[in-house]
Ligand binder design. Structure first.
Ligand code: SF4
Length: 388
């Protein structure tokens, strides 16, 4: 019998500065004790490994924060420990999120030697004005140079871009996306700028220092994105992710297909054997918990069948492949779907249905949240936090 698959998420919570749109668990500190953090992450990892014995490790994802600021020796130590705790798959995918400034790009060779085989590069824009608006610590030129270095060292490179900025137009975005598609990467993560509560952008918008792009204009850019990426052979496989066939992020597919994943490091979420786990967010609290308990868990609770079925539906509908309601029902005992509403949304062109499999159409993808509210059987939808 093949061992059950498992993904591992490792959160590095530090950044050189805080971007004004960012609501991730990222912190700026004057100094970081790399040795202390290496030991803490290894201790946290060992805790998950004890509770998840004998699993086949299919992916490791170093997210943040800015994990390209990790000491490559720490990255290597985590990869080695994870490979010793579990049974690494032959094609183990090891991704690290990187910022494209020259200091970090200089570490790419060491990170590749440490075992990283996929990099997700946060270029965000090719325009210096937009990068300044986004508070990014790199220029467009540095971004291109970092991409070239990344492509030299890693087999798989994904590029992140942020669009639908306040002054974005179809011409501007199609020029930038066209350029991105010509760079030779086989995976793109393309996020629309959203104003998250508690961020600097949220207070700037409240003070009317700028106005976000309107919903109709943003929708037009989203449609344009789907057209251009599909024409270039990188169709969407998730709401914001585009790839050539076979180049999808295996790690993120585990989340969306509702597989188990261990989440270690500050603020990391995990899903382990029907339990949801959440680590302490603040780095100092995380370290204290490690000292006290030999793990960084702040909360751990069983997921009820209802919660799990809801979550798998909500996550699965993000994917172009959609969900199989029969598979959800056989896994959790029921599928919380209002079929009359599904059929209505099929009629209006927002969903496709093939037996028990339902998926969003391109028009439906623009209205994901509203559609979920419609089709999840009344009273079943439970808000959830997404890992990573
Ligand atoms: S680099 Fe990434 S994680 Fe860090 S503050 Fe900026 S957006 Fe947030």
């Amino acid at each position: 019998m093949t061992a059950e698959p498992l993904a591992l998420y490792v959160h590095w919570p530090f950044c050189v500065s805080k971007c004004p749109y960012c609501d991730f668990n990222s912190h700026v500190r004057d100094s970081i004790d790399q040795h202390e953090w290496r030991e803490a992450l290894l201790t946290d990892l060992a805790h998950e490994a004890r509770l998840l014995p004998g699993r086949r490790l299919t992916s490791i994802f170093f997210g943040g924060g800015t994990p390209s600021l990790m000491d490559p020796a720490t990255v290597e130590a985590v990869i080695e420990a994870a490979s010793a705790h579990w049974l690494p798959a032959d094609d183990l995918e090891i991704t690290l999120e990187a910022n494209p400034n020259s200091v970090e790009a200089a570490r790419f060779a060491d990170l590749a030697a440490a075992g990283v085989n996929r990099v997700s590069l946060g270029l965000q824009s090719f325009d210096d004005r937009s990068l300044a608006f986004l508070g990014r610590a790199h220029s467009a030129r540095e971004g291109f140079a970092a991409l070239e270095t990344a492509q030299k060292h890693f087999r798989r490179v994904s590029v992140d871009l942020i669009y639908a900025l306040p002054d974005d137009t179809e011409d501007r975005w199609s020029a930038m996306l066209g350029q991105a598609l010509s760079l030779g990467t086989r995976h793109l993560s393309l996020y629309q700028l959203t104003i998250e509560p508690g961020t600097r952008f949220a207070s700037m918008v409240a003070k009317r220092e700028f106005e976000p792009l309107g919903a109709d204009a943003a929708a037009a850019l989203y449609e344009l994105t789907e057209e251009m990426t599909s024409a270039a052979g990188l169709p969407p496989y998730e709401i914001s992710n585009y790839a050539r066939r076979g180049q999808e992020s295996r790690h993120n597919l585990t989340y969306w297909r509702y597989g188990d994943y261990a989440g270690v490091g500050p603020g990391a979420h995990g899903r382990r054997l029907g339990m949801r786990t959440v680590r302490h967010k603040k780095p100092e609290n995380f370290l204290s918990a490690i000292t006290r308990n030999c793990h960084g868990i702040a909360e751990e609770a069983p997921l009820s069948a209802t919660e799990a079925a809801d979550e798998s539906l909500v996550m699965g509908l993000r994917l172009s492949e959609g969900i199989d309601a029969d598979a959800i029902a056989s896994r959790f005992g029921f599928a919380p779907i209002d079929w009359a509403r599904v059929d209505r949304l099929v009629g209006s062109g927002h969903l496709t249905r093939n037996g028990a499999r339902i998926a969003l159409t391109a028009t439906g993808r623009l209205l994901l949240d509203a559609i979920l509210g419609e089709i999840v059987a009344a009273g079943e939808l439970i808000p959830l936090a997404v890992a990573g």
